[in-house]
Design a binder for this molecule. Sequence first.
Ligand SMILES: [Ca+2]
Ligand SMILES: [Ca+2]
Ligand SMILES: [Ca+2]
Ligand SMILES: [Ca+2]
Length: 237
Amino acid sequence: MSSRIRIPVFTSPSSSGALRGTAAALAMVALAGGPAAGCGSSNESQRAEGGGGGTTLSDEPRGGSELQQDGSSAIERVDVNGDQKADVFKFYRVAKGEGETAKKVLTRKEMDVNFDQRIDIVQYFTGEASAETLVREEMDLDFDGRVDETRHYKDGYKHLVELDLGFDGRTDTWRYYQLTKADDGRNVLRLVEKRRDTNGDGAVDTWEYFAGGQLQKIGVDTNNDGAPDRFTVTKKK
Ligand SMILES: [Ca+2]
Ligand SMILES: [Ca+2]
Ligand SMILES: [Ca+2]
Ligand SMILES: [Ca+2]
C-alpha cells in the first residue's frame, strides 16, 4: 500500500539556465496560485491560510481524487488535469477514525504543476485537523528536479524566502519580510531586507534595506568580514 507513495525527486543535477527558470517561475506562480503561493509580492496583505491545503490548483480536479489510508497515515492523490495521472499528493496523519469520516491532519502537500510527473512544489504544514498552517514551501522553479526557492512562514505569514537565482544549487538571495500596518490600518506583508551573495562564494556581500516597500539603503561588504561597511543611500526626497 504505502510503497506506492511517491518520493519527491529533488536530487538530479541542473542543466538549465536562469532565463528558463524565470519563465518557469512565472508559469508556476500562475499555476500554483492560492493563498499558499500567493504572498509573493511585497505589498500583499492576505493571510497564508494553511487549513486543508488552501485553494490551490487541486480544488477542482478534472480527474477526481483517491484517498488511501494505511493505519495512522493517509494519502490523497488528485488528478488535476484529467490525464488519469495524479498531480497533487496530500499526506495526512490520521488522528481518529477510518475512511471518509477519519479525522485527518494535513502534514505535507506535493504538487506537479507542469504535469511531467515530477514534483515541483512541496508544502509542509503544522497544526491540528482543519486548522493546519503552512510552515515551509519548497519550489523547483525551472523544473530540473532541484529546489530553487524555499519560503518560510511564521504564524501563517511568509517571513523569509531563500532563492537560488543562479540555479547552481546554492542559495544566493535571502528576502526578509515583516508584517506592517498600512496607512489605512490594514496588515501588509512587506519586504524589509534583501541579502545577496553576488560573487558566488557562499557569503552575503550585499544588503538592501527597505522601508514601506521602497529601497532605502544598500550596504556592501568590501573587506570580506561578513558585515556591510560601505553604504549608499538610495531614497530620494
Ligand atoms: Ca494528471
Ligand atoms: Ca513537474
Ligand atoms: Ca530547479
Ligand atoms: Ca559573496
